[in-house]
Ligand binder design. Structure first.
Ligand code: MEV
Length: 434
């Protein structure tokens, strides 16, 4: 039986592995597997990223070429474990490159931070002092914002709000610009600098005094960034879509596509899967470039519910014989700071993308998301999704079953045009091996 372990973090890597093997009764072969995936020369870089590291977890780093975004051609690095995503993105990219490419617009790049506090005073009186408080916040953060201000960022504004359904509970919601960085550390440092000054201000100002003094609860950035948003669009005459239309006419295809998108606008069950297809592309770029995928997912998924019901992040307009497909999504991405400059593969991704600004990276990720979603919906309303998935899925299953090269060749021949499932491939391999 496992026991509580003390001081695990202080052990060497080898000792940690030994404790793990003992506790979980694992074979010593596992220790070899952990060793095999250590980096031969640069493991120290990965050791500095997290804690209690015993090995590395590899994911494929692929390239989707031919992305024409705002008249510039990109080869987009994508890190993803799901087969077909890079292939679908590449196919859609090539199609749209011949049809005007992806057009993007950065709606804004504002980010938010919150200082929460308890206070029994009148919030309207605090709101009336907003200008004085903003000046105070700018002054007390002068040192910590110095470099950011030189890069065009800094504190932009503040609003004071009460938290709904909670007595005497309020927030200072502060807006920031963080230039090319995602800005989490910058925002949190500013908030923690400001918080004691805000509380003192409330407690010392005669007109704000309440029965009990104001009390700081917490200060942290918000990953909800509806004002850090990109709009990404593709459009072409409906007739040009024949390449995707399969057995349908281009017109019928575009109508079926529109129905699919409208279902995702109106039905949350479908919307989640539809948006998941968008995030196949976005997350792959976010991961490849060392950005914080949990922050981006949390913010964008919340944005999908901004009208009270979870809905599609894309919309399709079919007026005047044009197919105009738009994705609107908040993406708080950065190209400096964090992993973007410490993870060697994130650094490589930035180089492949020719060192984009944060705004360009938002546009690139959005284009990858729209491309993947376009490919998925196009398949769904024509051949279905499994046909395209099968070949890559087959390769994955064959690898999972340790098929050798000859077995793979035979299996690929056998399963051409056939349904692929783990058990079907397993029994086929058994037959072959017998
Ligand atoms: C699979 O990873 C993504 C899809 O389910 C997206 C969709 O249904 O639109 C195919």
């Amino acid at each position: 039986m496992s026991t509580i372990i003390k001081g695990f973090s202080k052990l060497s890597r080898e000792e940690k592995v030994q404790v793990l093997l003992d506790q979980q009764q694992l074979s010593s072969e596992m220790s070899e597997a952990f060793k095999k995936f250590l980096h031969p020369t640069e493991q120290h870089l990965f050791n500095d990223i997290s804690e209690n590291i015993i090995s590395n977890f590899y994911l494929p780093f692929g390239i989707a070429p031919n992305f024409l975004i705002d008249d510039k051609l990109y080869m987009i690095p994508m890190v993803i474990e799901e087969s077909s995503v890079v292939a679908a993105a590449s196919k859609a990219a090539s199609f749209w490159a011949k049809n005007g490419g992806f057009q993007t617009r950065i709606v804004n790049t504002l980010k938010n931070g919150q200082i929460h506090f308890k206070w029994a005073g009148d919030i309207e009186k605090l709101k009336a002092l907003k200008e004085e408080l903003l000046q105070l916040f700018l002054k007390v953060t002068e040192q910590v914002t110095f470099k950011m201000r030189q890069r065009g960022g800094g504190i932009v504004d503040v609003t004071f709000q009460s938290i709904p359904n909670m007595k005497d509970t309020h927030q200072a919601l502060i807006q920031f610009k963080t230039a090319d960085s995602m800005g989490a550390n910058f925002i949190n440092t500013c908030l923690e600098t400001i918080a004691p000054h805000l509380i003192n201000f409330i407690n010392e100002k005669e007109e704000l005094k309440s029965e009990t003094p104001a009390q700081h609860i917490m200060s942290i950035l918000s990953n909800y960034t509806p004002e850090c948003k990109v709009e990404c669009k593709v459009s072409c005459p409906v007739d040009h879509l024949q390449a995707y239309a399969g057995e349908y006419s281009a017109k019928k295809f575009s109508q079926r596509f529109k129905t699919a998108v409208d279902i995702a606008i109106n039905d949350p069950y479908r919307a989640v899967t539809h948006n998941k297809g968008i995030f196949n592309g976005i997350d792959a770029v976010v991961l490849a470039t060392g950005n914080d995928f949990r922050a981006i997912e949390a913010g964008a998924q919340a944005y999908a519910s901004r009208n009270g019901t979870y809905a599609s992040l894309t919309r399709l307009d079919l007026s005047d014989g044009q197919f105009e497909y738009t994705l609107e999504v908040p993406l708080a991405m950065g190209t400096v700071g964090g992993l973007t400059q410490t993870h060697p593969m994130a650094k490589a991704a930035m180089e492949i993308l020719r060192h984009p600004s944060a705004e360009q990276l938002m546009a690139i990720a959005a284009a990858a998301g729209l491309a993947n979603n376009f490919g998925a919906v196009a398949s769904l309303v024509t051949t279905g999704i499994q046909k395209g998935h099968m070949k890559l899925h087959l390769t994955n299953v064959l690898n999972a079953l340790n098929a050798n090269a000859a077995e793979k060749t035979e299996a690929i021949k056998h399963f051409k045009g056939r349904v692929v499932s783990y058990s079907l491939v397993e029994s086929y391999l058994q037959q072959l091996r017998n």
